[in-house]
Design a protein around this ligand. Structure first.
Ligand SMILES: Cc1cc2nc3c(=O)[nH]c(=O)nc-3n(C[C@H](O)[C@H](O)[C@H](O)COP(=O)(O)OP(=O)(O)OC[C@H]3O[C@@H](n4cnc5c(N)ncnc54)[C@H](O)[C@@H]3O)c2cc1C
Length: 404
């Protein structure tokens, strides 16, 4: 079935970034079709029992009036305001996202976009419902899943069903009773290993870093309650306290002008691998942690995984390997874009789309937001706290183009 006239804007994805840009576009009077399962990644690709690493203040999805923050949701549920010392549980954040969606973007269609192709008057989108339609503008807000990265040395194990990426799991309790090698040192690795340990698995963490790093607990719930010398020395920002974080969160437009290499290094290293402050007690010393170890090769031996390591321990056997080595943006991995479109998108730094100040790619009318935009606008795009900057810039640019 092909819908007749083109819609002005199609948004692919109904996570924090897709919902936010939809809310901002609607406020500017631009008609949108929003496709995807609301908060789909948070429901299906994050482990049950997880807490957010970001503070409540930094976990609000941006709406044009600023009336749909996490604490507004809590107030609507009759619950108390929470500050920086509150760790937001995953199920609360999903309920909050649903509340935001129902109030700000009730028209979300729970369909998956299977293909986006160039068309004479914009783009042709095919859905898993069998419908196809044309949109003049497409905003890709598909999130992090297509970019999940499994290092080359572990891919043979993944093919044999003995290794998987953290983004493939919503229920880590299924590993109970199994010995699981967890690769990585970031929040996802540390929290996944901890959740598995607490659910009766035998995790063994393998991390290249010499020591595991955890954040410091906030001094107060409201950053403004800190003594003024502290506020000056380390200004509060959604990414954490500090002047470099202030620069990244307050001036993402300036990030665009840094040289390619510098941007790539900053996106990779700022907020490097570390666990949330509230995870330290539950993690440190609770299960084997092979810091200073690197996986060199991996093979299947009698139905189990055998890892060769560089480090004091040289071999590790496990029933399963959980890969928590993060995400790497690469447009080539976006199967939902037709190959011709993928090739037409100008990229930098091994596959990240180069975007205009309004988040438009080199293909007119094709926008990227969220993690895809981190190479252009910096680390703030990796987190929910970037939704306001992105949604304002995209909605301004798209509204201008649609009216032209
Ligand atoms: C384990 C983990 C923990 C995290 N913790 C935090 C945290 O504490 N704080 C924080 O700010 N950030 C956190 N993040 C980062 C977080 O993913 C982003 O902040 C946020 O989810 C980005 O929103 P998004 O809308 O870009 O992407 P997503 O949340 O990934 O949403 C993408 C949406 O697009 C949909 N979709 C994808 N492809 C299609 C398609 N073809 N058709 C239709 N729909 C599609 C998906 O179903 C999903 O609903 C975490 C990430 C991970 C992996």
């Amino acid at each position: 079935m092909i819908s007749p006239s083109p819609v002005p804007v199609a948004i692919v994805g109904a996570g924090p970034y897709g919902l936010s840009v939809a809310a901002h576009l609607k406020a500017r009077g631009v008609a949108v079709r929003v496709l995807g399962v609301p908060m789909g990644s948070w429901r299906a690709r994050m482990p049950a029992g997880m807490f957010l690493k970001s503070t409540p203040r930094a976990s609000s999805i941006s709406d044009p009036e600023g009336r749909h923050g996490l604490n507004d949701f809590r107030a609507a549920e009759g619950r108390a305001w929470v500050g920086d010392r509150y760790a937001v549980p995953l199920d609360e954040f999903v309920r909050y996202g649903d509340w935001f969606q129902q109030r700000c973007v009730p028209e979300v269609e729970r369909a998956a976009v299977t293909l986006v192709e160039a068309a004479p008057n914009g783009f042709r989108l095919s859905l898993d419902t069998g419908e196809a339609f044309t949109a003049r503008t497409v905003v890709l807000a598909h999130g992090f899943p297509p970019y999940a990265r499994i290092p080359a040395e572990l891919r043979p194990l993944a093919g044999a069903g003995l290794a998987s990426h953290t983004s493939e799991h919503a229920d880590l309790a299924k590993f109970a009773g199994q010995r699981v090698a967890v690769i990585g040192a970031g929040q996802s690795a540390l929290e996944s290993a901890t959740l598995m340990h607490e659910a009766g698995s035998e995790p063994v963490l393998v991390a290249r870093t010499a020591h595991l790093v955890f954040g410091d607990p906030p001094d107060s719930d409201r950053p403004d309650d800190r003594p003024w010398p502290q506020r000056v020395a380390k200004p509060a920002t959604p990414l954490g306290p500090g002047w470099s974080f202030a620069a990244f969160s307050r001036a993402p437009q300036a990030f665009r002008y840094l040289p390619d290499r510098t941007r790539a290094d900053l996106v990779r290293t700022i907020l490097g691998p570390s666990g949330a402050w509230w995870l330290r007690e539950r993690t440190l010393g609770r299960f084997p942690q092979l810091t200073g170890h690197e996986v060199v090769s991996a093979e299947e031996v009698r139905g189990r995984a055998r890892l060769r390591l560089r480090g004091p321990t040289d071999t590790l056997e496990a029933d399963q390997v959980l890969v928590a080595t993060g995400y790497r943006v690469d447009v080539e991995r976006l199967d939902l874009l037709a190959p011709g479109l993928r090739r037409a998108v100008t990229c930098r730094n091994a596959g990240a789309p180069r975007l205009s100040p309004g988040f438009e790619s080199s293909v007119p009318g094709l926008y990227f937001t969220g993690l895809s935009a981190a190479d252009t606008f910096g680390p703030v795009m990796r987190f929910v706290c970037g939704t306001g900057f992105a949604a304002r810039a995209i909605s301004r640019s798209v509204a201008t183009a649609v009216r032209r």
